[in-house]
Design a protein around this ligand. Sequence first.
Ligand code: 5GP
Ligand code: ZN
Length: 110
Amino acid sequence: MTEDCIFCKIVAGTIPATTIYEDNDVIVFNDINPMAKVHFLIVPKQHIESLNSCEEADQALLGKMLLLAPKLATEQGLKGFKTLINTGRDGGQEVFHIHVHVFGGGEPNT
Ligand code: 5GP
Ligand code: ZN
């Protein structure tokens, strides 16, 4: 766990989140500020800052995260969805613990 990382705190259970899937490698929870009716984040339990800091050793983990997207999107009732990985401050990344956004289903009900 990396101190002061919000997603490490969610992994550790010290900050609550609405978790929709969890295994030894990843946790998946709903985005606190959804861009669509369904919007969840696929997050590795290991602290990796961004795609910029990924290495060949992370290949299987990255593949696992991507393969979870259609599985969980279907479970959440989506027939199609968008994926997004913001990388670096200039790429719009706000939380520096790598994550895949998965969203769809139209505008959120807010
Ligand atoms: P980024 O811009 O880094 O790709 O996206 C970070 C995402 O994390 C944003 O969509 C934001 O709403 C979400 N987020 C930030 N803090 C929290 C939190 O404490 N809990 C949850 N569930 N989502 C968060
Ligand atoms: Zn972290």
